[in-house]
Design a binder for this molecule. Sequence first.
Ligand code: NAP
Length: 260
Amino acid sequence: MDLGIKGKTALVCASSKGLGKGCAMALAAEGVNLVINARGADALEATAGAIRQAHGVEVTAVAADITTEDGRAKVLEACGQIDILVNNAGGPPPGFWPDWEREDFIKALDSNMLTPIALIKALVPGMIDRGWGRVVNITSASVKSPIGQLGLSNSARAGLTGYVAGTARQVCGKGVIMNNLLPGSHDTDRIKSLTQATMKREGISEEEAIAKRNAANPTGHIGTAEDFGAVCAFMCSDYVNFMVGQNILLDGGAFNSTMG
Ligand code: NAP
């Protein structure tokens, strides 16, 4: 299926590894030129090279912390016309509800709510002028089903979700389609470190920890960055004109509900 986005340009934030990389690869496979970003230059350059080699698209790599004003300025300076924005950044650390102070919330809000909002504000006006744009915000399954120890993430992402719900409906009439993509467990470095934590906590082997984790999902396994990227690319496609301000959960059915 040709998604109708060949020749467009996407900014995919936090994309040297994991879900962001999966999205960048899937868009490149559709002929989309890219601006990719991460803090670490080595992994970022390696990913840029791999994408160019696999798909022959133009890739601009900008090493910067997307959650800072300076980092965003550096990324935006490297961007020409951006048709597709995929918002992503690292998630806030786990913890316990009475321990989080104002500074912890401010940091989480900066990373996972105010950064995507700043990039939307910077890039959506150009999309509106040109009459076509797509925005996908990578949030988390924790928006629908809270994870206690990730209270900073639950809070900041809920704030972004509220902003997107209202904004998506104000820009869709101008050709800009904005939605959120909610990952459940996917096999990335982040999950590897959580598996290590389970092994340590429960005194079990890696195989046992992985088997336990997989058994907890109705599919019997967790998602991959490739699965995630494919859905993201579809949400950035020319076919997605009437899906507005939605929260698309990609979790292998882990969220147990009949509807919603
Ligand atoms: P990951 O494998 O750890 O990859 C994170 C990527 O983001 C790396 O390329 C990293 O590169 C980059 N990055 C992190 N912080 C950055 C920053 N401040 N500025 C620029 N780049 C940054 O993580 P992931 O599993 O793909 O997760 C992506 C997002 O989805 C996170 O917000 C995570 O909380 C959320 N999520 C993931 C899962 C899951 O199962 N994987 C589930 C729910 C939610 P550098 O370190 O070099 O910057």
